[in-house]
Design a protein around this ligand. Structure first.
Ligand code: TPP
Ligand code: MG
Length: 945
């Protein structure tokens, strides 16, 4: 019964003639995802008998293979009108085995490839690559076999030649891992790139001389720095010099293919080399840095191997802009920053397929395998909100991280690159001591990215000639490795030998190149010949409007009523036949009423109207975070879902025909990469409002590296401005230790020199003005917005249309209806939601002796504005800071001196008391009853202490 189905299938498949490899690939695909194979194949595979007692797929696979063998030989008999024989002839069995051997090379050839210049690590013997494993022996070497899908250019070949060709293709300097990719087109693509030329492109003399020049530059710079500044840390590239020709090729090939910008990310290793030899940084500037001559700028500055740089170079396709991202010490965190910056550039250029802007990220082997943010970044790569059409990853795989080189210590995976398989990225391992193989692999990687729009990894297997840095002695910890390294010729010298042997260059010419490079360095001149001295200004974003402003810079954030009415109408329009879910429908209708002045404005309205008005004024907006479309607490509903067919409608994208881009994406469940991405985006797109929202404020600490290393310190280390807004839901509502606190204390502790803004708005109009002010002022500083949960629906946390059509963001707020200032003897200062509880208490207790003041901006602390509010209180005796957070958290420790100062200015005798929770290890109590009791007490205390 199976045979007849099979025969039909053979007829329909475009590959005929016993092509077991094809069917096997289909079966592999079927095993991992039955829905990925055509229906008729799926039903055939479904019907195959199971193998009694075995569950492993290999067992099942081989059982199935037997069936195929049988059927495929029958098929050939049918084709030649010969009656099927009862037994499978020997020749057919062998043919099948040859095809299996071919497949084994494609799958596992990389495991026998000569990837390691040091050859120190024992490699596992791969049985499948041994012909004897497939019952093929020397005596078979002269027998002609069909080559199946093998792209060796001949339908039949002698077994000996097939094996030789497979060895050359898959087991020399290149180990290509691509058979984990499900898409057969891609597998074929790689086979067709490598097999016809046996992975040996045979470059012409010009290309080889160019390669040598690039290697000469790579080696020359390290030598030069080593002799001029011996023992000074530079994290040299020695042992991985092939990186330079690799990058050079990426740039030139990208330029030829129409790419206009490349954003590069890399860590310490080889960074100075890349800066000088790829980006064209003036060596003299670098020497000045080595000599400590560089003049101090306004901020803290940073060490030389963290510095970013940008330049323009010429390619056959025109000028290309290169930007190397500034980088903290924390390995791998720059990866999502680079991708975010690329995405911003692609958005600006309306580069939908990612051809115009390319991310290139370099990694160390240890960091690539160890840091979790690598996985998060890969997970982003094909998503709607974060994809860029593929990143080119290069691993500078020197087989050691600091002093850790034992694989058993460094990772559990075979390769340091295995993580890339999660997105089915091809991984091209290459021996970095074979520069031509590196060049070949680089071209293939670039072409793959262009063709398939996915991530690709080049694993440059190399070594580290010196210690982790130039002051370290590596033999202390890696004696065997370094015994080998000491005897090893440099990559360049190996290549010079091979080129002189081949008669491509003379030894004199090679020497000349070396001398020429040194001479240019001696003169302190640029070494990148393609450097464009006067770059095309159009390739740059102008940040000058945002320089040199104080946080107090003013802007008009109010909006005419007419505009609000116009936009309000647009916001409630949906396409015809669009059915909104009942509760959501009420929200939309209520928003209509708010526009009409028939209902007070709530939080969601204030926020959405801020976005609508900014778009109306020409500012692009990007909002991401987990579940931001609806909003964790259902207040936003920026995306409507048709109940009939699941279609979505985002009114903010339909305000007018010529409105700027409004992007809103629910993010993957990541904080670290997600926030880093938005940092990269915001630092590239000054005119946009870029918002990242944490699902609950607590979760932002998963991105603490981004907050510490970039957001709060980036401007001062690197002079990079960033206007990113973080929305962090916060508030003590009895939900337990994990969902109460956005850890305000952390942000306040990191606040200095006007680096960030920490705001705690308590009304819809405050959030409206705060968001608008963030882009409308010429100031670009991160905004940490502590946002509410219960206030989203609080009946007192409302505003009127007047509050939007006039006024601005208030850094401090009095009560809505303040008591007579002359009667005030007590002032309670607070921030956030507790204000409403204090107000309630004041009303019920008829405490007209007490004034409550909200500090809506905790940093930069609005001292003068607070002075103004306090000014009328001539009878003041008591001043209290009231917070919901425990004493060791919240604003108490970081901000009390600011409040004290204001009180002292009013009356030197005034003290500031504390009303809040006791110091606590956890942010909040886990039991509702405890929470309520604590909350009641702190509110009471505010009126009594
Ligand atoms: C997140 C993080 N943890 C630890 C370190 C300290 N550190 C700096 S370099 C290094 C080793 C990196 O090894 P690898 O990624 O292989 O790069 P290589 O130095 O070998 O080029 C370590 C552990 C760091 N910089 N960042
Ligand atoms: Mg390493």
């Amino acid at each position: 019964m199976h045979e007849s189905i099979m025969e039909q299938l053979w007829q329909t498949s475009h590959l005929q003639g016993g092509n077991l490899a094809y069917v096997e690939q289909l079966f592999e695909t079927y095993i991992s995802d039955p829905n990925a194979v055509p229906e008729e194949w799926r039903s055939y595979f479904d019907k195959l008998p199971s193998v009694d007692g075995y569950q492993g797929k290999d067992i099942a696979h081989s059982a199935i293979r037997e069936q195929f063998k049988h059927i495929s030989s029958n098929q050939r008999f049918l084709a030649s009108n010969t009656a099927p024989a009862g037994a499978v002839p020997d020749a057919d069995k062998k043919q099948t085995r040859v095809l299996q051997l071919i497949n084994a090379y494609r799958f596992r050839g990389h495991q026998h490839a000569k990837l390691d210049p040091l050859n120190v690590k024992p490699r596992e013997l791969v049985e499948d690559l041994d012909p004897a494993f497939h019952e093929l022996y020397n005596a078979d070497n002269d027998i002609e076999f069909q080559t199946g899908s093998l792209s060796f250019g001949s339908e039949t070949m002698k077994l000996g030649d097939i094996i030789e060709g497979l060895q050359q293709t898959y087991c020399e300097s290149i180990g290509a891992e691509y058979m984990h990719i499900v898409d057969t087109r891609i597998k074929r693509w790689f086979q067709q790139r490598m097999e016809p030329i046996r992975s040996n492109p045979g470059f012409d003399a010009d290309t080889r001389i160019h390669l040598l020049e690039r290697l000469t530059a790579a080696e020359g710079l390290e030598k030069y720095l080593g002799s001029r500044y011996p023992g000074v840390k530079r994290f040299g590239l020695e042992g991985a010099e092939s990186l330079i020709p690799c990058l050079d090729e990426i740039i030139q090939r990208a330029g030829s293919g129409g790419t206009k910008e490349i954003v590069l990310g890399m860590a310490h290793r080889g960074r100075l080399n890349v800066l000088v030899n790829i980006l064209g940084k003036n060596p003299k500037e670098l020497f000045d840095e080595f000599e400590g001559k560089n003049k101090a700028g306004s901020g803290s500055g940073d060490v030389k191997y963290h510095q970013g740089f940008s330049s323009n170079v010429m390619t056959p396709g025109g000028e290309i802009h290169l930007a190397l991202a500034f980088n903290p010490s924390h390995l791998e965190i720059v990866s999502p920053v680079v991708v975010g910056s690329v995405r911003a550039r692609q958005t600006r250029r309306e580069d939908k397929d990612g051809r115009q802007v390319l991310p290139v990220i370099m990694h160390g082997d240890a960091a690539f395998a160890g840091q979790g943010v690598v996985m998060e970044t890969f997970q982003m790569s094909q998503t709607r909100g974060f994809g860029t059409g593929g990143t080119v990853h290069i691993v500078i795989n020197n087989q050691v991280g600091f002093t850790t080189s034992k694989q058993a210590d460094a990772r559990s995976t075979e390769y340091c690159t295995d993580i890339a398989k999660m997105v089915q990225a091809p991984i091209l391992h290459v021996n970095a001591d074979d520069p031509e193989a590196v060049l070949f692999v680089t071209r293939m990687a670039m072409d793959y990215r262009n063709e398939f729009k996915g991530d690709v990894v080049i694993d440059l297997v190399c070594y580290r000639r010196r210690g982790h840095n130039e002051a370290d002695e590596p033999a202390a910890t890696q004696p065997m490795m370094y015994e080998k390294i000491r005897k090893l010729k440099t990559t360049r010298n190996i290549y010079v030998d091979s080129l002189t042997d081949a008669g491509v260059v003379s030894e004199d010419l090679a020497k000349q190149m070396e001398n020429d490079y040194r001479t240019v360095l001696d003169k302190g001149e640029h070494v990148v010949k393609a450097l464009v001295k006067e770059p095309n200004a159009k390739l740059h974003v102008d940040w000058t409007p945002y320089l040199g402003h104080e946080w107090t810079a003013k802007c008009k954030s109010s909006v005419p009523l007419k505009t609000i009415q116009k936009l309000g109408k647009k916001l409630s329009e949906v396409p015809e036949g669009f059915i909104i879910q009942r509760q959501v429908s009420k929200i939309v209708k209520d928003r209509d009423k708010m526009t009409a002045g028939a209902l007070p404005l709530n939080w969601g309205y204030g926020e959405i109207m801020a976005y609508a008005t900014l778009l109306d004024e020409g500012y692009p907006i990007r909002i991401t975070g987990q579940d931001v479309g609806r909003g964790t607490f259902s207040h936003r509903h920026a995306v409507l879902h048709n109940q009939k067919d699941g279609a979505t409608h985002i009114a903010l994208t339909h305000l007018s025909d010529d409105q700027p881009k409004f992007e809103l994406y629910d993010s993957l469940l990541s904080e670290e990469a997600a926030l880093a991405f938005e940092y990269g985006y915001a630092t590239t797109s000054p005119s946009s409002l870029v918002v990242w929202e944490a699902q609950f404020g607590d979760f932002a600490n998963g991105a603490q590296v981004v907050i510490d290393q970039f957001l709060t310190s980036g401007e001062h280390k690197w002079g990079r401005l960033c206007g990113l807004t973080m929305l962090l839901p916060h508030g003590y509502e009895g939900q337990g230790p994990e969902h109460s606190s956005a850890r305000i204390e952390r942000f306040l502790q990191l606040s200095a020199e006007q680096n960030i803004q920490v705001c705690v708005p308590t009304t819809p109009s405050q959030v409206f003005h705060m968001l608008r002010r963030q882009v409308k002022r010429p100031v670009r500083k991160p905004l940490i917005a502590i946002t509410p949960k219960s206030l989203l629906r609080h009946k007192e946390a409302i505003s009127s249309l007047d509050d939007l059509t006039s006024g601005t963001f208030q850094t401090v707020l009095p009560e809505k209806e303040p008591s007579d200032a002359k009667k005030i003897t007590r002032v309670i200062l607070c921030s956030g939601k507790v204000y409403y509880e204090l107000l309630e208490k004041k009303k019920t207790g008829e405490r007209n002796d007490t004034a409550i003041i909200r500090i809506e901006q905790l940093y930069p602390f609005p001292g003068e504005d607070l002075d103004e509010l306090l000014a009328g209180f001539s009878k003041l005796k008591h001043a209290v800071w009231c917070q919901e957070e425990p004493m060791n958290q919240g604003a108490w420790y970081s901000s009390q001196h600011h409040m004290r100062n204001a009180l002292q200015r009013l009356n030197p005798k005034l003290h500031l008391e504390y009303a809040g929770r006791d110091a606590s290890a956890a942010p909040a109590a886990g039991h509702m009853s405890v929470h309520i009791e604590q909350q009641k007490k702190l509110v009471n205390d505010a009126f009594e202490v």
